[in-house]
Every structure is written in structure tokens, then in C-alpha cells.
Design a protein around this ligand. Structure first.
Ligand code: URA
Length: 436
């Protein structure tokens, strides 16, 4: 077999078989196939697409390229959640303890911030002492003990995706539905959970800019899951505006805790309830109505908050700040962004607000950059509100005094103003479940 012939076949729109796809993926991961051939293959896929069968072969070959976690000893209650990436998306911090407090087994590997979107691992590392790296034995033991553990992705999990994703990033081939689907699903398969809920974000702050594109991606991932013996549902949610009011690291953790305490943050609370509901429908076979009732109950009674404390403590994190938010470290500098005009806020571009947070120090511009856990943006106003001149729209937290002006400009550029109240955009755009 030759890589050249496989690239040529894809270029000409032919369907590839399992052996050809495995040859390419495993050869590339082992360094036997060079970047330029893999790049040509990705571009051929970008233009020609892939059938469901080919995408499934690609996903399986990638999942099998490294270590795979075996969660079978936990029975049929293992359940994972994956977000395609958004701004202010801290739902894992809320959903994982809710589901674990209701008997779901959450053995989760999360990612770091990517571009203007945040990452759960960075948020968790903003909690003093929290360990995002554990041995496999300790990770599985904790899951067995308390039903929940969340760590960073193990270095040897899906090495093929690490290499291929980095290549796609520099060859303009990220935006290909079969390549995105196989990248996400290979990581979910290797992470071992039997049930998977996908939160596919749609809008200005997401990869998928339209609902139709997001439905296509979600449907493909559900079909791949089915072909690989997993149960998958997808929830399609709005990412035109950031989720919640906090965008950063320790401020997002505090906002997640506020939701677990029952304090107000309606959009974040609602999306977290929807995701938890779907996860419990899958792993317990409950109806959506019963699931939602149970989720609301553990939020109201504080049971989910207790599970959160137990989880953070088990991974070495301090927990005293949870009941004493004033103990949380604050940024050195706080800037107010005040309105220089009056009117309705009609749009808040999530991508630009994510970029504002990165400039303030909350994300990475380069892989090797370190993060300022106290940096970020706190939205005092959101889309649909009427704002008077001089009112504070947002607080910018940073220690980078010199960059605050630049960040403020990007933030102001994210806003659109109008004379009329905009119509409300739904938070939940679609739920797609697997047919039995
Ligand atoms: N997230 C991933 O993990 N992979 C992609 O290709 C896109 C988003």
C-alpha cells in the first residue's frame, strides 16, 4: 500500500476502505508518513468529504492509535459530556457533580483553552491544589469511590488526533465536518464512557456558525457512536453570546459554584440542567421529565454542591473558599467599561469577548504561554438590556496594565446597539437523540 494511491483515490472522490484509512492514520502517527502527505489527504477530505462508513473507520483508527481507558468495571452507568467549545462555557463544573450525585459515573478527561474558547482543565487548575494529572490507578480508584474524577487528557490518548489536529490547524483544514467528527469522537471512544452527550455550540463564538451545519455534525457523531456501540445524544445550544456572565478561569469557577448554590445565572443554570437531564436519560434510561425533576431536586437541596466539594477535595483542591467567596484571589487591576451612549444592547459577539479575555491574560496566544487565573471579563449587562450612558457594561480583570486599553477596544467592538429591544434568542436550538 502507498500513501500516494490513497490520497489520489480520495482526491478523485473514491470511497476508501478500513485498511487504507488505518494505514494512513497509523503510518502518520508513527512518523512513517510525512506531514505533506497527511496535509494533502486532509485537503482532499475537505473538498471530497467522507461517507459515514469512511468517517467511522477514521474515528476507530484514531481511537486505536494510543491507550484506551477501560471503564467496563463500572457497569453501564458511565457517562461523558463533550462541548465543541465556547466562551464562558463552565458547564462541566456544574453538570459533573449533578450527574454523579444521581448515580451517573463521570470519569472525564477535559481539555485546555483553545484560541478564544476556554478549557475546563485550566479552570480547575485555578483552584489551589487541584491535581489535573493523576495515575490511571488513582483516577479509576477515585471514580470507584465517589463516582467522579476530572483530569487533563492523558498524553497517550489518541496521539493520532494530536498530530492531525495540529496539522489541520496550519493547513486550513479544521472546518471539515468528517474531520471534526472523527477528532471529537475518537477522543470520546478512547475515554471509555458508554454514554456520551455532545453539546454542539452554534453561533458567533462557535466552530459551527449555523444550525444546519451543527445538525449535520451532530447527526454524524451520533451515527459514529452507534456504529461503535455507544449511546450518544446531542444538544445544540446557542453560542452567539457567552454563557453566563464570567469569562476567565477563577471567576468562571465561582460562577459555577453560584449555580450549584442556587444563586441566579439563568442561562448557565438552564443549559446545565438540560445537559444533566440528557446524561441521566442515557445512563439511567429515565424519561426527560423524571431526569429534570431529579436534577432540580439535587440543585435545590444542595446535594450537587456537596458532591462538588467532595470531588474537589478528592483531587487535592482547597474547598474552604466555596463557603467563603471573599477568600478567592482577585486580579491586581479591575477596569470598568462604561457605556459612552444610550440604547438597547442587540448583540455581543462571543468570539470577540473570548479574545478580550485572552488579551487580559485568561487564555493563551501561544501553546507555551502561561495563564493568569484571576484575569477575565465579567459582564454586568447582557444582550436585550437597555443601557444608559455611563452605566457599567463589564469589568475587565487583569494584571497587564499595558494591554487593558487594547482589550477594552476589542470588547467594545463586540457590542452592537439598536433603538429597539432585540427579540430573544433561544438558548436551546435542538436535541438530537439516537434512534433505538
Ligand atoms: N474539537 C476537536 O476536538 N476537534 C476538532 O476538530 C474541532 C473541535
Amino acid at each position: 500500500m502507498r500513501a500516494y494511491d490513497i490520497i489520489q483515490a480520495k482526491r478523485d472522490g473514491k470511497e476508501l476502505n478500513r485498511e487504507q484509512i488505518q494505514y494512513l492514520v497509523l503510518g502518520y502517527t508513527a512518523g512513517k508518513i510525512p506531514d505533506y502527505q497527511m496535509a494533502a489527504f486532509c485537503m482532499a477530505v475537505y473538498f471530497r468529504g467522507m461517507s459515514l462508513q469512511e468517517t467511522t473507520y477514521l474515528t476507530e483508527a484514531m481511537a486505536e492509535s494510543g491507550e484506551q481507558l477501560d471503564l467496563l468495571k463500572f457497569g453501564s452507568k458511565t457517562v461523558d459530556k463533550h462541548s465543541t467549545g465556547g466562551v464562558g462555557d463552565k458547564t462541566t463544573l456544574i453538570v459533573a457533580p449533578i450527574v454523579a450525585s444521581l448515580g451517573g459515573i463521570v470519569a472525564k478527561m477535559s481539555g485546555r483553552a483553545l484560541g478564544y474558547t476556554g478549557g475546563t482543565v485550566d479552570k480547575l487548575e485555578s483552584i489551589s491544589g487541584y491535581r489535573t494529572q493523576m495515575s490511571k490507578e488513582d483516577f479509576l480508584a477515585q471514580v470507584g469511590r465517589i463516582g467522579i474524577a476530572v483530569v487533563g487528557q492523558n498524553g497517550n490518548l489518541v496521539p493520532a488526533d494530536k498530530k492531525i489536529y495540529a496539522l489541520r490547524d496550519v493547513t486550513a483544514t479544521v472546518e471539515s465536518i468528517p474531520l471534526i467528527a472523527s477528532s471529537i469522537m475518537s477522543k470520546k471512544l478512547a475515554a471509555g464512557s458508554h454514554h456520551i452527550v455532545l453539546d454542539v455550540k452554534v453561533g458567533s463564538g462557535a466552530f459551527m456558525k449555523t444550525l444546519a451545519e451543527a445538525q449535520k455534525l451532530a447527526d454524524l457523531m451520533i451515527q459514529i457512536g452507534k456504529a461503535c456501540g455507544r449511546k450518544v445524544s446531542a444538544v445544540l445550544t446557542n453560542m452567539d453570546v457567552p454563557l453566563g456572565n464570567a469569562i476567565g478561569n477563577n471567576i468562571e469557577v465561582q460562577e459555577a459554584v453560584a449555580v450549584l448554590k442556587g444563586e441566579s445565572c439563568p442561562d448557565l443554570r438552564e443549559i446545565s440542567i438540560i445537559l444533566s437531564t440528557e446524561m441521566l436519560c442515557l445512563c439511567h434510561g429515565w424519561t426527560p421529565k423524571k431526569s429534570r425533576q431529579e436534577v432540580e431536586k439535587v440543585l435545590k437541596t444542595g446535594v450537587a454542591l456537596e458532591k462538588f466539594k467532595q470531588w474537589i477535595d478528592a483531587q487535592g483542591g482547597k474547598t474552604d473558599w466555596i463557603d467563603c467567596p471573599e477568600m478567592v484571589e482577585k486580579s491586581k487591576i479591575v477596569y470598568e467599561v462604561n457605556a459612552d451612549k444610550e440604547g438597547w444592547l442587540t448583540a455581543m459577539n462571543a468570539q470577540k469577548i473570548g479574545q478580550t479575555a485572552v488579551v487580559l491574560g485568561a487564555g493563551r496566544e501561544r501553546k507555551e504561554d502561561s495563564i493568569d487565573f484571576t484575569a477575565g471579563v465579567f459582564l454586568k449587562k447582557k444582550i436585550g438590556e437597555y443601557i444608559k450612558k455611563g452605566e457599567t457594561i463589564a469589568l475587565l480583570y487583569t494584571s497587564r496594565e499595558k494591554l487593558a486599553e487594547e482589550a477594552k477596544e476589542i470588547f467594545l467592538d463586540s457590542l452592537e446597539w439598536g433603538n429597539q429591544q432585540p427579540k430573544e434568542n433561544p438558548l436551546l436550538l435542538d436535541v438530537m437523540r439516537m434512534e433505538e
